[in-house]
Design a protein around this ligand. Sequence first.
Ligand code: SF4
Ligand code: SF4
Ligand code: SF4
Length: 308
Amino acid sequence: MIELTINGKVVQVEPGTTVLQAAQKLGVKIPTLCYDERLSSPGACRLCIVEIEGMRGLPASCVTQATQGMIVYTHSEKVMEARKTILELLLANHPLDCLTCEKSGDCKLQDYCYEYGVAQTSFEGEKHVFELDDTNPYIIRDNNKCILCGKCVRACSEIKGASVLDFSQRGFNTKVTPAFDTPLADSDCVYCHNCVAVCPVGALMPKELLGKGRRWEMKKEPVTCTFCEAGCNFFLCKSKRDNRVLGVLAESAGPGRPLCLKGRLGLNFAYNPDCVEKPLLKVDGEFIPVEWAEALGLGPIVEKLKNL
Ligand code: SF4
Ligand code: SF4
Ligand code: SF4
């Protein structure tokens, strides 16, 4: 085991552990925008920088391996100032639409700006004006809100194995798109929503939740999918007001099988007016609804249940 000190506390970790993982083991929260434990780490957003004694600069903790005797400070003055600057740089080219943004209340950029007291940017300059991709029935892409963390690119390739998304263009014009910058509807996208689940901001939004309320007006209820025998776990997103199911949230797909399209979008059955809600008994050639007690009291069903 390797022993290092983080914020004055000693922690032991396996060789190969990153400083970020070692801090997480101690319960120290380091902000991240591009990191996801299920995906490879590019060290892209730099928000997880830390100060390490004897090391130049502020390395990104998600790509820095812990070494024996390392002394790390995760929230020193220098680190906090640098993180504020990084957030300001992100805001410099971000539409501050929080008042109407569907992601508000569930947005990591918004949360970190609040935590670090960043209300505006001191970096003035040009802003992107990308067209909204609203061409398919399931996902809205708003590249103006994208912070180029690359999580969707990696989720599509490493979780789904589809490799639909990637970075295109260069420098200021860099954006995440399907091949040849086509709309999602014209790509090989299967709408599995794994990219949506990992996006830390409002750049990829599920259409099923649009306009149905703010995130703090919704509650999450853990359920198991009944569509197939895999039994994936996810959250039903319900209105706190009337308990109505509004959508599915599965931000943690877990180490195993990620939730598929049926589990994420097969919600319409719940409120389908044609849905059979009571047992139907065939009387004189016609089906009539009966109570469960009556249906279960019928001989053949009782016998069948007894023999299960
Ligand atoms: S993506 Fe986040 S920070 Fe950007 S407008 Fe929406 S809520 Fe605000
Ligand atoms: S919905 Fe699935 S297939 Fe489509 S871009 Fe996102 S991760 Fe890739
Ligand atoms: S769309 Fe979202 S997940 Fe993809 S790069 Fe942009 S911010 Fe990151």
